[in-house]
Ligand binder design. Structure first.
Ligand code: MIG
Length: 680
């Protein structure tokens, strides 16, 4: 059962699309009080937290609940920390921040859904596109306080009528997912291995990558084009010196079964004669300042305007921009910098220079020196700047002028919606790969996401694992992290362990930042081992694809925490480094350096698969309980659930090369468990 409470006059985010069965109530003061919300004047009790200042919010509604000591809070989608979100403070604020460490409170997505599991199990979705702060046991260890920095929002409370806790969890997730609409389905080739690097300059660079992969028998389906393919970082342009015959190049790559996936940035370069810019100005499609001038920010190309993605006409116009690339045969894109990332605003930059000027002759001491640094550091992604521009948002009642900070979290969402709508319009018969960096619940209908600029840190293998189920809860199914880590220098063992997790994830893309160590799988000592691992991935694709398609069709999750399936088993409830993937298997990746194995908990009897290559593996029956399993650096160990089977195909050098008609079913000895394959 879903109850909707309407506070004030909410902005329509289009997150909720299926309203069947939803019971609506207008939250006047009495109703607000009854469900636990109050206007926050009395309780400004939130402990100070470095990253979050909310005192400047014009209005705050607070929802506070006591948590029993064993209560679990699931959800919040793309975020740091655990599957159980207790013990930290999170802020829904799409942020371009490349340091994903424990101290952060926001990443690129804003996903306001939690599921509380205590005496009662219920889901809570706050549909508000501005700031929402989730203090889940930070200020008071046994208290959750949710602050919505507005009086205009919608709240959904989802309860389940089924009695069994295990069924309840899934029932609540399914109700929520149904309400927000079916998830995006990626094309099948996008389940293949993909290579990216910020720094590939021209077609020669890309050809060399493909050649090396093919030569080393490492399967691959796609190579990415980062910002350097463009002419001076202008969206929808191709540098003709680097790609003299782009269309020909695209089709040449296609013949080798390689899809090229160019990046699109949110900011549009200000440059006379550049058609996208000129049309945007002429038709008023850019975000404006209060005085009506187009807002000027600095990003890659220098000065840019931000398209007003909240406006339906602007969306259509920007979406049409993808056409030049579609016409050239491109069938996949990634939307970047759409939080939107903002290096500086022109106004603020000028003020900063003026202020710095006054420091020139000062004797810089402890205070002034740091203040000087902060002037420059504070320029990027600045809240004041986000408060200084406006959208002409298309709402059910017509066009509405709205200040950016109040709708910040749906900007990237609407960029991706613009792209997806355009694909349906321009190439209705094709399924285009699309994923985005920034997102909000609702965007899952239009594309997937990647988790942005992670690092070549061991802890980020685990972070990916923990994010998978949380993202699924919020509808994001085509997901993945930069394999090997984006920032920093990877090591061979880190990349290998990471490969052994990413092979179970839909978006398996190796990507790295400019200036970091080369990270392609053929750059290391044991290329042959990487080849064996990626071939195993391809043998698993029929399973991964089938589970993905089933989860999408059933509004279900593909990554399921053990606690969902075994809610009364205390070891399972605590297991955050193992995961069920689909109906048949449990994975338990190695994520510590120099480890030769790890402890694994089996909540039930399972069949252990130890696999080194597509036709080099052993199955071992294991009893429920605690185990230590050896896992050599170049092998993968996972488990098949009792009564289930895992289809293993014969690999392929690209996805279409996989013969899904020829699968071996791995299952327990004597089992006749079957498997329903989906391969359309
Ligand atoms: O801030 O286009 O997350 O994947 O390589 C850097 C360059 C801008 C950020 C993306 C990253 C991409 C990079 N972009």
């Amino acid at each position: 059962m879903i109850k909707e409470y309407i506070f004030g006059k909410p902005f329509e985010t289009y997150a909720v699309v299926d309203r069947t069965g939803i019971i609506t109530e207008v939250a006047n003061e009495d109703v607000a009080k009854r469900i636990g919300f109050k206007k926050d004047e009395a309780d400004r009790a939130l402990s100070p937290y470095g990253g979050i200042t909310w005192d400047d919010s014009e209005y705050v509604m607070t929802y506070a609940v006591d948590m029993g000591k064993d209560d679990i809070v699931y959800g919040l989608g793309e975020n740091i920390r655990g599957i159980n979100k207790r013990g930290w403070i999170y802020e829904s604020k799409c942020s371009d921040d490349p340091i994903h460490d424990e101290f952060k409170s926001s990443l690129y997505g804003a996903h306001n859904f939690i599921m509380m599991s205590g005496e009662e199990v219920y889901g809570l979705f706050i549909d508000y596109p501005g700031r929402v702060i989730w203090d889940i046991g930070y200020s008071h260890i046994n208290k959750m306080q949710v602050l919505v920095c507005s009086e205009n929002f919608k709240l959904y409370v989802i309860n389940s009528e089924v009695a069994d806790k295990k069924e309840q969890y899934r029932d609540i997730i399914k109700q929520f997912r149904k309400m927000i609409g079916q998830s995006y389905v990626a094309p099948r080739w996008a389940f293949g291995f993909q290579q990216s690097r910020w720094g590939y300059q021209n077609q020669g660079d890309i050809e060399a990558v493909v050649e090396n992969y093919r030569k080393n028998n490492i399967p691959i389906d796609a190579v990415y084009m980062d910002i350097d393919y463009m002419e001076r970082f202008k969206d929808f342009t191709i540098d003709s010196e680097k790609f003299p015959a782009f269309e020909k190049f695209v089709s040449k790559m296609k013949k080798q079964h390689i899809h090229l996936v160019p990046i699109i940035d949110a900011g549009v370069k200000i440059e006379e004669g550049y058609d996208t810019y000129e049309e945007g100005v002429k038709k008023n499609y850019f975000c404006k300042e209060e005085d009506g001038n187009n807002f000027v920010a600095g990003v890659w190309p220098g000065r840019v305007h931000f398209p007003d993605f909240l406006n339906a006409q602007a969306r259509d116009w920007f979406g049409n921009g993808y056409k030049v690339l579609l016409d050239a045969g491109i069938d996949g894109f990634w939307n970047d910098m759409n939080e939107p990332a903002l290096f500086y605003s022109e106004k603020h930059l000028k003020e900063a220079f003026d202020e710095i000027e006054t420091y020139k002759d000062k004797n810089l001491d402890i205070d002034t020196f740091f203040r000087l640094g902060n002037i420059v550091r504070g320029l990027g992604n600045n809240l004041g700047d986000y408060k200084s521009f406006y959208h002409r948002a298309t709402q059910p009642e017509g066009e509405v002028l709205v200040r950016h900070d109040h709708v910040h979290n749906i900007y990237g969402y609407n960029m991706t919606r613009a792209a997806s709508d355009a694909f349906k319009r321009l190439v209705p018969d094709k399924n285009i790969l699309m994923f985005s960096r920034a997102s909000y619940i609702g965007m899952h209908r239009y594309g997937g996401i990647w988790t942005g600029d992670n690092y070549s840190w061991w802890s980020h293998i685990l972070l990916l694992l923990k994010m998978l189920p949380s993202l699924n809860m919020c509808g994001f199914m085509y997901i993945g992290a930069d394999m090997g880590g984006f920032g920093g220098n990877v090591t061979e063992d880190l990349l290998m362990r990471w490969t052994e997790l990413s092979m179970f994830v839909p978006l398996m893309r190796n990507h790295a930042a400019a200036g970091t160590r080369n990270q392609e799988l053929y750059r290391f000592t044991d290329t042959e081992a990487f080849a064996r691992l990626v071939n195993i991935r391809y043998a698993l694709i029929p399973y991964i694809y089938s589970e993905y398609m089933k989860a999408v069709a059933n509004n279900d999750m593909m990554y399921i925490p053990l606690s969902f399936e075994y809610p009364c088993d205390k070891y399972a409830v605590n297991a955050e480094d193992q995961m069920l993937v689909g109906e048949s298997i449990m994975i338990a990746p190695v994520y510590t350096q120099n480890a030769t194995g790890r402890y694994v908990y089996l909540p039930e009897n399972m069949t252990m698969v130890r696999i080194r290559a597509v036709n080099d593996y052993e199955l071992t029956e294991c009893k429920a309980g605690h185990h230590y399993v050896d896992v050599a650096l170049d092998e993968v160990v996972f488990f098949i659930r009792e009564g289930h089977a895992l289809p293993l195909a014969g690999s392929g050098q690209y996805v279409d090369d996989i013969d899904a008609g020829e699968v071996t079913l791995l299952r327990a000895e004597g089992s006749n468990a079957d498997y329903e394959l989906i391969w359309d």
